[in-house]
Design a binder for this molecule. Structure first.
Ligand code: HDD
Length: 694
């Protein structure tokens, strides 16, 4: 009798010579399914080296997850500077426009464990490793330009507060709990960052639709040794866009890998994510010209005060081969800088200089993690570091010390192109004291609030209400409201009204050192450039009897623009074309997907198809939910009836005036053009009256 398992294996077998299964010693194995036993029903034998080795290796497969930023996804790409920045820096990758520098980027959430959902409310890490000819430069930033605390001394306190509570390890990957907000109420320096965290920046639609920030003020140093202060920015080509809060909650269940999958799929499809690197440059002599301290990481330099100069472009165009080897083992370190880039005395940055190397030692099990392929520089490495766990180099020669004659004095030290620390003048007494220039915790939180559109303000109020509504201790809610009153009285009152706290009766003074600008349009996500649908995902709902020509036209138009178009029906397979043409291929069974996984829905015409969809609770819900989340809903011919039934359009309404509702008849020409425009515009946030009025 034939064995079905063997038949299936034989059918997929490649040349067995190259694929023989071996032990770690290279010995070919005759059976990897059955332990070696004494008789068929007898005890297992210690002599079974294959079993023991297989289990031992498996038992040791895990390494400690990152203490923060455990959940992440990465990709390779390239960076190129537009024109030489030699006036500011001697870093070759920033001065030679002909150089293409390979990069690896890892995006992450901060609080959750490795297996937590992507779409939680959190800061996103945006860490870039530039493999430059002069060595690795790591820009270890976030998608928000400020941080929770001013001094690295507070980092363990902050992280302990935001992580799941220690007694019951609840909640996972959430900031909505007592310990975080207790810390926040007592540490008002968190206020500015909490405004960002409560804004839609904390729930990005895609990594490719996020800004990135180096946060700290760095120092660029040119070949003559002249220093310029610099803030690093990443500006996404696709604009900065976010999800709807209700949507994120549902995605966390429907597809916890939502952002990771989006990055992977976009790269596989050739829709490569792209950012411009931008610099805010401040001459050294202007260090004290601002209303805040450049060394304070809870402050931005408003772009309206110092413009962001676009200096280069990064494209991510290759997915890793193996998640563990590359994305999990990549080791970033803010101390990895190349000549021409240097640090400042920002006390948060200074503490980070210690922490990153320290953490890699425990996480990656010894000092040789720099030899792992993803961490290895493209620049040659030569020094007297020797031995240690997992040493993969076979070092040559007798001299592992400097100076030496036995190796001809090699490797030589110094010379042109070597890193020289900026000779900053420093003088003072050893003190534990926060600088007075860091004292204002509210001014820029107010600037952020004042820069938001109405719908963004509505989302922020709702987020505070949600988060504080989960806080069990009333006194903590009250403390946060008291802090918010220093940001904006109306904000504090609205938040208080939603969480059972007595609203503050009168306004109190807000911060003093905001900046020269009182509102910064660059902080808002309103009115983003809407020129592209690259990476967007559109669902097309169909059943037997659909207008197949319309499905094809919609699919062709969207894919030509770099969007993903998926046809959904009650089950996989095909559906009949109303015109008697070839059956229409179904990409997904509706039950396996949900509206929250798409940016828009299209209902093509076809009498029979639409009648079936009208009778399907799933289909009606799909359209209604798409509409509720402020996305584009579109229909052709009879399909409009489904929009009406879902409450997304009414027969006598002027569809165009509703925004994000696209309808058409018969011919798909204008329809697909309008559809693409609407999808590119992301969302019609003003549709969500509940939250704006909150
Ligand atoms: Fe950090 C990881 C970004 C403050 C200590 N951090 C980590 C990652 C990012 C950031 C993106 C993940 C890197 C990856 O993908 O592997 N961290 C920031 C930013 C900060 C910041 C933008 C403030 C401006 N971090 C910060 C402080 C400390 C740390 C103040 C400690 C004093 N961060 C760490 C760490 C991690 C880390 C414990 C955990 C895993 C790792 O380093 O490799 O060392």
């Amino acid at each position: 009798m034939t064995d079905p398992k063997q038949e299936r294996l034989d059918a997929h077998r490649v040349d067995p010579k190259d694929t023989a299964l071996t032990t770690d010693q290279g010995i070919r194995v005759d059976d990897t399914d059955n332990s070696l036993t004494l008789g068929e029903r007898g005890p297992s034998l210690l002599a079974d080296f294959h079993l023991r080795e297989k289990l031992t290796h498996f038992d040791h497969e895990r390494i400690p997850e990152r203490v923060v930023h455990a959940r992440g996804a990465g990709a390779y790409g390239r960076f190129q500077v537009y024109e030489s920045l030699a006036e500011y820096t001697s870093a070759e990758f920033l001065t030679d426009p002909s150089l293409e520098t390979p990069v690896f980027v890892r995006f992450s959430t901060v609080a959750g464990s490795r297996g937590s959902a992507d779409t939680v409310r959190d800061v996103r890490g945006f860490a870039t490793k530039f493999y430059t000819q002069q060595g690795n430069f790591d820009l270890v930033g976030n998608n928000m330009p400020v941080f929770f605390i001013q001094d690295g001394m507070k980092f363990p306190d902050f992280v302990h507060a935001v992580k799941p509570e220690p007694h019951n390890e609840i909640p996972q990957a959430q900031s909505a709990h007592d310990t975080l907000w207790d810390f926040v109420q007592l540490q008002p320096e968190t206020t500015h960052m909490m405004m960002w965290l409560m804004s839609d920046r904390a729930i990005p639609r895609s990594y490719a639709m996020m800004e990135g920030f180096g946060v700290h003020t760095f120092r660029l140093v040119n070949a003559e040794g002249r220093a310029t202060f610099a803030k690093f920015h990443w500006k996404p080509k696709l604009g900065k866009h976010s999800l709807d809060w209700d949507e994120t909650q549902k995605i966390a269940g429907k597809d916890p890998d939502f952002n990771r999958r989006d990055l992977w799929d976009s790269i596989e499809a050739g829709a490569y994510p792209e950012w411009e690197l931008g610099l805010q440059l401040v001459p050294a002599e202007d260090e004290h010209k601002f209303a805040f301290d450049l060394l304070d990481p809870t402050k931005i330099i408003p772009e309206e005060e110092v413009p962001v100069r676009p200096v280069g472009k990064m494209v991510l165009d290759r997915n890793p081969e193996n998640f563990f080897a590359e994305t999990e083992q990549v080791a970033f370190h803010i101390g990895n800088v190349v000549p021409g880039i240097d640090f400042t005395n920002d006390p948060l940055l200074q503490a980070r200089l210690f922490s990153y190397l320290d953490t890699q030692l425990i996480r990656l099990g010894g000092p040789n993690f720099t030899q792992l392929p993803v961490n290895r520089p493209v620049a040659p490495v030569a020094n007297h570091h020797r031995d240690g766990y997992h040493q993969t180099e076979i070092h040559q020669g007798r001299a592992a010390y400097h100076p030496n004659t036995l190796s001809g004095g090699c490797p030589v030290v110094g010379g042109s192109g070597s890193f020289t620390h900026f000779p900053e003048q420093a003088d003072g007494r050893a003190v534990r004291k926060r600088s007075e220039s860091f004292a204002d915790h509210y001014g820029q939180a107010t600037l952020f609030w004042n820069s938001m559109s109405d719908w963004e303000k509505g989302h922020i109020v709702s987020a505070f209400r949600f988060e504080l509504g989960k806080v069990e201790t009333m006194q903590i809610r009250e403390g946060v409201v008291a802090n918010l009153n220093h940001v904006d009285h109306e904000l504090a009152v609205k938040v208080a009204e939603g969480i059972g706290v007595a609203p503050p009766e009168e306004a109190v003074p807000t911060g003093t050192t905001a900046s020269a600008v009182t509102a910064s349009p660059a902080l808002s996500q309103d009115g983003q450039p809407a020129e592209t649908v690259t990476g967007r995902k559109v669902a097309v709902l169909v059943a037997d009897g659909v207008n197949g020509a319309q499905v094809a036209a919609v699919r062709d138009a969207l894919t030509a623009e770099g969007a993903f178009c998926e046809v959904l029906a009650a089950s996989d397979g095909t559906v009949e074309d109303a015109g008697g043409g070839a059956p229409v291929e179904v990409d997904r069974a509706m039950a396996t997907m949900a509206s929250v996984l798409y940016d828009a829905v299209v209902v093509p015409g076809g009498e029979r198809s639409v009648q079936t969809l009208l009778g399907s609770g799933d289909a009606v819900h799909f359209v209604a939910e798409t509409f509720k989340h402020c996305k584009t809903v579109a229909a052709l011919d009879e399909g409009v009836e489904l929009l009406e039934k879902a409450g997304a359009a009414s027969a006598d309404s002027d569809a165009a005036s509703q925004g994000g509702v696209v309808t058409g008849r018969g011919d798909t020409g204008d329809f697909t053009g309008e559809l693409i425009k609407a999808v590119a515009a992301h969302r019609v946030w003003t549709r969500d009256k509940d939250h704006i009025a909150a």
